[in-house]
Write a protein that binds this ligand. Structure first.
Ligand code: NAD
Ligand code: IPM
Ligand code: MN
Length: 353
């Protein structure tokens, strides 16, 4: 088959720092000629220079790629030059929506050697290992809202959550299929005691689809209670399925209880395989540490394993996972430079071929 074409969008802040290490490890894994890379200089600086976030031609070009690697976009909260949400909505969410990336897959695993920062009593050894299947193209992210009487004391602001039977069913079905290949347990997170319309749809579809998967045990938690379980008993989870915003929030917490946001990878999957999927760390541009060389590139590196898996190279994906695990097992409290971690994992991958 032809060489896959990969788009690389390093983005803002620590995005370029962690993407450089991800590409280093990727090349160490598959060699220099396995993929063709095209770099896209998008993000805050591009917008400040050109007034464009992502134009239609660039979007159409990205849509022809086999996969997209994204670092992060977004200015520092409180930035006076870049409006909040401009790049997040105009680039990241635009890609997820336009490329119909319906499943936002976010695995969390407490690696041996990694101390759980929130719950030191949850000792490592591999018992905390779950995947969040976050819906990626609907919910409160649909951009369906508005303001009445904006700027007056009578202002009314609305954000309407959009949930379609089609969109809900495809992610729930994906989550059941994933659960079969794992430990056979699926948890739905929602808030159907309050959000009766959307929650009702999620609940009904979950119950219906579950009948096709007698080998999967199911449970349900309200999202507020789920944030407790995530801290006190994360080992109970195998696969979690939830909507776009609940999934956003619970996966930051999931990252925190499995070693930190610097370790959490993600895949935005176009399950229909009509458009490229996109691979990115869960974290953002981290303006507070950008330029210091202290960002952990592990999340971006592990996202490369998700990409290789998606591109039909599971053995190469497993090599990256093994190298990441080996590096983590040997970590001490000493801070390492971003590129030191990338170098270490790259040489572990090369040694394990
Ligand atoms: P953030 O994830 O950038 O940072 C949260 C905290 O985690 C910060 O203290 C940061 O220093 C730390 N952190 C993040 N990544 C790290 C890493 N690899 N190693 C070590 N520490 C790390 O979230 P935020 O501060 O809420 O957002 C900053 C900007 O990024 C905002 O503009 C936001 O909109 C954007 N954002 C973008 C994405 C994305 O592009 N996928 C995701 C989240 C946030
Ligand atoms: C994430 C981020 C994005 C999201 C933002 C930056 C739009 O927080 O990927 O988790 O909310 O999905
Ligand atoms: Mn997030």
């Amino acid at each position: 088959p032809a060489r896959p074409n990969i788009a690389v969008i390093p983005g803002d802040g620590i995005g370029p720092e962690v993407v450089a290490e991800a590409l280093k490890v990727l090349t160490a894994t598959v060699g220099p000629d396995a993929f063709t890379f095209t770099h896209y200089d998008l993000g805050a600086d591009h917008w400040l220079d050109t007034g464009e976030v992502l134009n239609d031609d660039t979007l159409a070009d990205l849509a022809t790629k086999d996969a997209i690697i994204l670092g992060a976009v977004g200015a520092a909260p409180g930035s006076t030059t870049v409006p909040s949400g401009l790049l997040e909505r105009g680039l990241l969410l635009k890609l997820r929506f336009a490329l119909d990336q319906d499943v936002n897959l976010r695995p969390s695993k407490l690696y041996p050697g990694v101390r759980n920062p929130l719950a030191p009593w949850v000792t490592c050894g591999g018992d905390v290992d779950f995947v969040v299947v976050r819906e990626g193209t609907e919910g409160l992210y649909a951009g369906n809202g508005g303001s009445l009487r904006k700027g007056t004391p009578d202002e009314v602001a609305t954000e309407v959550s959009v949930n379609t039977a089609f969109g809900v069913e495809r992610v729930i079905r994906y989550a059941f299929q994933l659960a079969i290949r794992r430990r056979g347990h699926l948890t739905l997170l929602h808030k159907h005691n309050v959000l009766v319309h959307a929650g009702g749809l999620w609940n009904r579809v979950f119950t219906e689809v579950s009948k096709e998967f007698p080998g999967v045990t199911t449970s349900y938690l309200h999202i507020d209670a789920a944030t407790i379980a995530m801290v006190t008993d994360p080992a109970r989870f195998d696969v979690i399925v939830t909507d776009n915003l609940f999934g956003d929030i619970i996966t930051d917490e999931a990252a925190a209880v499995t070693g930190g946001i610097g370790l959490a990878p993600s895949a935005n999957i176009n399950t229909a395989h009509t458009f490229p999927s996109m691979f990115e760390p869960v974290h953002g541009s981290a303006p507070d540490i950008a330029g210091k060389g202290i960002a952990d590139p592990t999340a971006a590196i592990s996202s490369m394993a998700l990409m290789l898996d998606h591109l039909g190279r599971p053995r190469d994906a497993a090599r990256i996972e093994a190298a990441v695990a080996a590096d983590m097992a040997g970590r001490t409290s000493a801070t390492r430079h971003t590129s030191e971690i990338g170098d270490a994992i790259a040489s572990l991958v090369a040694g394990a071929s």
